[in-house]
Design a protein around this ligand. Structure first.
Ligand code: ZN
Length: 345
C-alpha cells in the first residue's frame, strides 16, 4: 500500500479510513485502556538512548515473535534518537496488535495519559518490510514535540512527515535520494487548492501532511539562511523537545515556535506560522528544490553540488555532531558496543 494511503490512516490523535472520507475521524481506541494494558502487562522493557521503552504484544504471534518486534523498534528508535540527540521521551509504551496479513499500520500516538502508541501489523510481515518501514519512525517523531491544538494538527503531522526520512537517512538507513524523492513526488500535493483558508483552517489530508511538511522545509531553509549555516531546524526541534519533554506537554503553536526560534536566534518559526496559518500561500517548491540542487531526470533523483543551497542539502541528511556525547553514546549502544540494559527478560 502506498505512502499516501498510509499517511491518511496514521495520526497522532486521528485516524481516517478512506481517502474520500471527511478529513479526520477519531480512532475508537481508548488511550486510557491502552495505557493501563501497558502498565500492567508489557512483555518487553528496555532502555535506549535515554528512554525506557515498554512493549506489549496482542494477537497470535505467528512468525512475528517478540525478537523481531524488538529489532524493528530498536532500528526505528535509533534513527529518531540520532535526530533528536536522545530518545524523545523518558517513558514510552507501545502496543503492537498482530493481525492477519503483512500490512504495517494503522498507528496512533497519544500524549495522554502518557506517551503511548498503538500500531497494527500483519503477522506475516517480511523482514525486508520491517527494515524499510517508516510508520514506526513517524509515530516516534510524534513523541518529540508537544501536542498542539487540533486546528494546527498540520504542525505536528507535517513535522513527522518531514523529519521521518531525514532521521533514517542520517543514520544511513536510506539514501539521501529517497528523502528528496518524497519532496519531488508528494510535497506538491501540499499546495493550497481553491477555497483554501490557510493551514489552521483547511483540514484536508494533503494540507495536513504535505502542506505541514512544506512549512518545515521552508523553516529549514530560512534558519540556514538567517544564521549563515550556523544553526539548523534540527537545533530548533531538539530545543523544543528538551524544553517540553515531548508529547505529554500541551502547548500552543506560538509557544512551540518561540522556544525553537530562541534556540536558533531567529523568528523564523513564528513568522512562517503567521504567514501560513490564515492564508492560502502557494510555495515556490520547484525554486526551493532547484536551489537545493535537487532534480529528477528519467525517474532518478539527481543532485547538483554547485547549487546555492547544496551545502544545506548535504547537511540535512548528514549526522549532526556525530562525535557529540549523546549521539555517540546512542550509536555505540545500537552498534552493540555497550551491553543492553534489560529490566525484564
Ligand atoms: Zn502522524
Amino acid at each position: 500500500m502506498n505512502r499516501r494511503y498510509f499517511l491518511q490512516m496514521i495520526g497522532s490523535l486521528i485516524v481516517a479510513a478512506q481517502p474520500s472520507r471527511p478529513a479526520f475521524a477519531r480512532t475508537d481506541d481508548d488511550p486510557e485502556d491502552i495505557y493501563a494494558r501497558l502498565k500492567s502487562s508489557a512483555e518487553l522493557h528496555f532502555s535506549m538512548c535515554g528512554g525506557t521503552l515498554s512493549i506489549a504484544l496482542d494477537g497470535d504471534s505467528g512468525p512475528l515473535d517478540q525478537h523481531r518486534v524488538e529489532a524493528w523498534v530498536r532500528r526505528s528508535a535509533a534513527a529518531v534518537s540520532t535526530y533528536f540527540g536522545r530518545f524523545p521521551v523518558e517513558q514510552w509504551g507501545l502496543l503492537v496488535t498482530r493481525t492477519e496479513g503483512s500490512h504495517i499500520g494503522p498507528a496512533t500516538t497519544w500524549g495522554y495519559p502518557g506517551s503511548i502508541t498503538r500500531l497494527s501489523v500483519g503477522r506475516d510481515v517480511s523482514d525486508e518490510a520491517l527494515r524499510d518501514d517508516w510508520v514506526m519512525v513517524h509515530e516516534m517523531i510524534h513523541l518529540a514535540l508537544p501536542r498542539v491544538p487540533l486546528s494546527s494538527e498540520w504542525f505536528m503531522e507535517g513535522n513527522a512527515t518531514y523529519v521521518e526520512p531525514i532521521a533514517r537517512a542520517q543514520l544511513g538507513q536510506i539514501p539521501p535520494q529517497e528523502v528528496w524523492r518524497w519532496a519531488v513526488d508528494a510535497m506538491p500535493k501540499g499546495q493550497p487548492q481553491q477555497g483554501d483558508e490557510g493551514l489552521d483552517h483547511t483540514h484536508t489530508w494533503a494540507r495536513t501532511y504535505w502542506g505541514g511538511a512544506m512549512y518545515w522545509l521552508l523553516a529549514e531553509i530560512a534558519i540556514y539562511k538567517h544564521s549563515n549555516g550556523k544553526y539548523s531546524l534540527q537545533d530548533a526541534l531538539r530545543a523544543i523537545n528538551r524544553a517540553s519533554g515531548g508529547n505529554t506537554a500541551y502547548w500552543s503553536v506560538a509557544q512551540t515556535a518561540r522556544v525553537g526560534d530562541t534556540a536558533v536566534k531567529s523568528d523564523v518559526l513564528a513568522s512562517l506560522y503567521d504567514q501560513l496559518k490564515d492564508r492560502a500561500v502557494s510555495v515556490d517548491l520547484d525554486g526551493m528544490l532547484r536551489q537545493l540542487g535537487i532534480s529528477e531526470e528519467a525517474s532518478v533523483i539527481r543532485f547538483d553540488d554547485r547549487a546555492p543551497l547544496a551545502e544545506l542539502r548535504r547537511s540535512i541528511t548528514s549526522l549532526r555532531n556525530p562525535n557529540g556525547s549523546s549521539t555517540k553514546a546512542c550509536m555505540d549502544e545500537n552498534l552493540g558496543k555497550k551491553p543492553i540494559h534489560r529490566d525484564k527478560p
